[in-house]
Design a protein around this ligand. Structure first.
Ligand code: AMP
Ligand code: MG
Length: 289
């Protein structure tokens, strides 16, 4: 693994991946699986990997500008206060905004409701060379929708297979999908909600409805477990990220995203012109000026 994993005892692509026997009930949201360092180490490692991430993203962007069709889709899910916005700001913020297509999915609008649940998702897929970021996603249609039975169980029940088929198609067309679930504990959520009420610069993040949703915690955990059981596939696995320590969640997502791009082996596009001939043309201009 070399230098890049100095502080990782084992790679988050393995330790955080949701496998067949994964159980939310046994999950420790305050843990830092595979990471031997503390918050200070995490900061310096994130700085280093962030530079690599930024370089890889520029290559992907260049590939997209040169006829390539590949892209990346980062899906971020999590309960209220889990830190989804922080991932966008601190991890996605490490790369050039020109190469990022960010979408947050809230309660469907009238227009969105008039279409199939995947309509708004399909419309938001990243274009070539881009990193698409979904702050919430099609998974809301088997999470909040399942918890509140906004559609019949027979309808949401079919969605797991539909989502798997859709993701397989997206991956086959050249989009690498990285699905991160930020797992915050019920206790830490209460701390964060309380903090939002204590600081006037956090009021904007507070929604009285969040307390009502918190009342459905167990049903949400069941829905997350089902999404993990049914939709953590080989082509698009889920990563469950302990999120009670924000610094760990940010470091882990940085690493997952960077490794995804590394796995894609993105190279700088070759020149589509004769480099030597162009150099001679420039040299001739120098001579004449
Ligand atoms: P926020 O992420 O704080 O802006 O909140 C967005 C809200 O939209 C959350 O309460 C989500 O549960 C809700 N939401 C997202 N997608 C859907 C959906 N498909 N159906 C119903 N509610 C949704
Ligand atoms: Mg919210």
């Amino acid at each position: 693994m070399g230098k890049k994993n100095l502080d990782w005892r084992s790679s988050p692509t393995e330790t955080l991946r949701v496998s067949a026997n994964f159980s939310i009930a046994d999950f420790d949201c305050a843990s830092t699986p595979g990471f031997t360092g503390d918050e200070y180490h995490a900061g310096s490692l994130m700085g280093r990997r962030g530079k690599e991430l930024s370089d890889l993203q520029e290559r992907l962007f260049a590939e997209g500008r040169s006829g390539g069709t590949r892209s990346v889709l980062l899906v971020i899910q999590g309960m209220d206060t889990a830190g989804k916005g922080g991932i966008v700001r601190h991890v996605v913020g490490l790369v050039d905004p020109q190469g990022v297509q960010h979408h947050s999915f809230g309660v469907p609008t009238e227009e969105e409701k008039a279409h199939d649940y995947m309509w708004r998702i399909n419309n938001a897929l990243p274009t070539p060379g881009q990193i698409g970021v979904f702050d919430r996603s099609h998974y809301e249609d088997v999470l909040v929708v399942r918890v509140h039975n906004y559609v019949q169980p027979t309808v949401w029940g079919k969605r797991y297979d539909e989502i798997n088929a859709w993701e397989a198609k997206v991956v086959a067309s050249g989009t690498r999908i990285v699905k991160c679930a930020l797992m915050v504990s019920k206790e830490e959520q209460l701390n964060r909600l309380e903090e939002r009420l204590d600081q006037s610069d956090k009021y904007w993040k507070y929604n009285p409805g969040d307390l009502d949703e918190r009342g459905y915690w167990d049903a949400y955990m069941e829905a997350y477990q089902a999404a993990f059981d049914r939709c953590s596939t080989d082509v698009a696995p889920w990563y469950a990220i302990p999120a009670d320590r924000k610094w760990f969640a940010r470091l882990a997502v940085t690493e997952l995203l960077t490794q995804a791009l590394e796995d894609m082996n993105v190279n700088w596009p070759a020149a589509k012109f004769d480099v030597q001939a162009e150099k001679q043309r420039v040299a001739a201009l120098r001579g004449s000026n």
